[in-house]
Each structure stands twice: as structure tokens, then as C-alpha cells.
Design a protein. Structure first.
Length: 327
């Protein structure tokens, strides 16, 4: 009898359900797109695979990358990061970052350059030597803003601050800074909360299309429908966001991420439909239905790649396109 009890206890101890493994997604500020996308995944995708996804707020892409490398294989971690930040991080930390793998491209985050409504500036190139706020130090927004500024003017911005958005907005109003830069997937709730009267105080700068200094950047448009206070489409630059993970090797983690890829791909068209109904973030409409080629130095996580390619091979047939479910 005692032997049977010991064997039963041993079997219970040895058997660990997948749902007992911590499963997290690192995002960004709660008011921004990364967090909203993470919440959408936790609400509509992971429940179908019997997992609870912990959506974690963070300071952004660089913070997410550092956490993932540090955490290693102690738990299963997903993260949303900017592509340029991921590339730079991998180039500067080759050994510790080689295990960072891409699951899928998500969408383009648009550069929002906000100035006072009465400012004489209307275009990106006019921010030379202005006082600019580029989010927290060592954030993805700061990294991209610094790179863009240096590409446009051949030197780093000397008059820069690293305030949070609310403080920067107030400083802008009182004339203490000239430009607030955000890189987010439109629309974001914080800018949607603003009333039409906000156009008395702020406006968005446009990218001048014939600016040779920005030709190598991906172009994007901030739609006039995104924010009540902005009544025109704004030409800007788009920075791609990726969903990434660690190169897990153990069977349990690989199985969980296989199931995740299966649930994500099988629910993707449904997520697009929900986005059309304003039940999830609009950026789901931009998530590609197939894996796209990655830039040099980045690789897909082979475990999820296999599932992705199998499930999406026939996803967008003529019927699905006709129903408006495919790009």
C-alpha cells in the first residue's frame, strides 16, 4: 500500500501540466499599442490553447530584450519589440542575443512628431537644433529618434530631454520644449482621449517626401480618422514591430510555442474581423497572413515557423479575400 502511494506521489510530482509554466508577454506602456496588442492576444488567442498569458507592462523594446536574455529558459517569454531596436541590440550583444528569435512581424508603428499648433514648423526637416523629447533613455523610441535625427542632420540631437509623455506634453504647452516624438501603432488611446479642441494646442509634423535623408526609411501615413483633433492624413515614417521569443530547446516549451503558433494563425482572420468591428486594436488589420522575409541578422524561431507555414499556406484563398479578411 505504501509503495502504491509513493508511486502515485512520484507520478504526480513528475507530471507537470503545460499550464503550470509561467507564460508572459512583454509589451510597453499601458496606454500604448504594444500593451493593447498583448491584451488582445491574452484575451482571444491563448485561451484557445488552454494557457493564461500574463501581459506585462514595460519600458519598451530595449527593456523587453534585456529581460528576455536575463530570464533565459526560466519561463516562456514573448515580447513585442521594434525591428530597428532588435537589430541594433543583436549587433551590439552578439553572444547573449543570438538566442532571440522572431515569431512574426506584427505591424508598422508610426512616428508621431507633435509640436505646438502655432509652431512655424510643418515638416520633419525643420526640427534641426530644436528642443526635442524622445521618451526615456535607452528606450526604443529614443534609439530610433536619435538615429533618424542623425541621418537627417549628420549629428546627434544636443537639445534633447527624456520625459514621460504627460510631462513632455505640458512642457510643450508652456514652451519649454519644441517637439515631442512618439513611435506607436495608430490609433493609441492616449491620443484618442484628446478632444477636437486639442488642435488649438498641438499638431503633427509631416515627412517631406522629397527629403533624400529619409529615403531608406519605410513610409507610412497617420490617418485622419485616427484622432478627432487631426483632420488630415500625415505622411510619416513607419517602424516595424515584431513578436519575438527565446530559442527554447526543451520539449515542453517547444510544445507550448507550437500550440501558440497554431492558435495564433488559426485565429488571425478572426482577429482581423474583430478589428473591423473595433473589438480589438485596429493594427490587427496590418498583421501579415504569411511570414515575410527578415532582414539580415534576424531569424525565425523554427518551431513556430513550421506551424506558421503549414497553417497559412491556404489561408487567403479567393473567398477570404472577397470577404475582406485578407490584405
Amino acid at each position: 500500500m505504501i509503495k502504491k502511494i509513493l508511486l502515485l506521489m512520484l507520478s504526480i510530482f513528475s507530471f507537470s501540466k503545460a499550464s503550470d509554466i509561467p507564460f508572459e508577454i512583454l509589451t510597453g506602456d499601458k496606454n500604448n499599442t504594444y500593451y493593447q496588442i498583448g491584451k488582445d492576444i491574452a484575451t482571444h488567442i491563448t485561451p484557445a490553447m488552454g494557457m493564461v498569458l500574463d501581459v506585462r507592462e514595460s519600458k519598451g523594446s530595449i527593456s523587453n530584450l534585456r529581460y528576455m536574455v536575463k530570464t533565459n529558459e526560466k519561463k516562456i517569454v514573448l515580447a513585442i519589440v521594434q525591428r530597428d531596436t532588435l537589430q541594433k541590440y543583436k549587433s551590439e550583444h552578439k553572444n547573449e542575443s543570438k538566442q532571440l528569435k522572431v515569431i512574426t512581424e506584427l505591424y508598422k508603428g508610426e512616428i508621431h512628431m507633435i509640436v505646438r499648433a502655432k509652431s512655424p514648423m510643418n515638416y520633419f526637416y525643420q526640427i534641426r537644433d530644436k528642443r526635442i523629447n524622445i521618451s526615456s533613455k535607452k528606450s526604443g523610441i529614443a534609439l530610433t529618434s536619435m538615429s533618424l535625427y542623425e541621418d537627417m542632420f549628420d549629428h546627434k540631437p544636443n537639445r534633447r530631454t527624456h520625459l514621460n509623455f504627460e510631462d513632455a506634453l505640458d512642457k510643450l504647452y508652456y514652451g519649454d520644449i519644441d517637439v515631442v516624438i512618439m513611435i506607436v501603432g495608430q490609433p493609441i488611446k492616449r491620443l484618442q482621449y484628446m478632444t477636437k479642441d486639442a488642435n488649438k494646442y498641438i499638431k503633427l509634423l509631416k515627412l517631406k517626401k522629397d527629403n533624400n535623408k529619409t529615403q531608406h526609411y519605410s513610409k507610412a501615413i497617420i490617418n485622419s480618422q485616427s484622432y478627432d483633433w487631426n483632420d488630415e492624413s500625415i505622411d510619416t515614417i513607419g517602424i516595424k514591430a515584431y513578436l519575438i521569443t527565446y530559442d527554447y530547446k526543451d520539449k515542453k516549451s517547444k510544445k507550448i510555442l507550437e500550440d501558440f503558433a497554431d492558435s495564433f494563425t488559426k485565429n488571425l482572420l478572426h482577429m482581423k474581423q474583430l478589428a473591423n468591428e473595433d473589438r480589438v486594436h485596429k493594427k490587427w488589420l496590418s498583421v501579415p497572413t504569411r511570414l515575410v522575409p527578415l532582414p539580415k541578422g534576424l531569424e525565425y524561431y523554427q518551431v513556430t515557423k513550421n506551424i506558421w507555414e503549414k497553417n497559412t499556406a491556404s489561408m487567403c484563398d479567393d473567398y477570404q479575400r472577397a470577404m475582406g479578411r485578407c490584405p
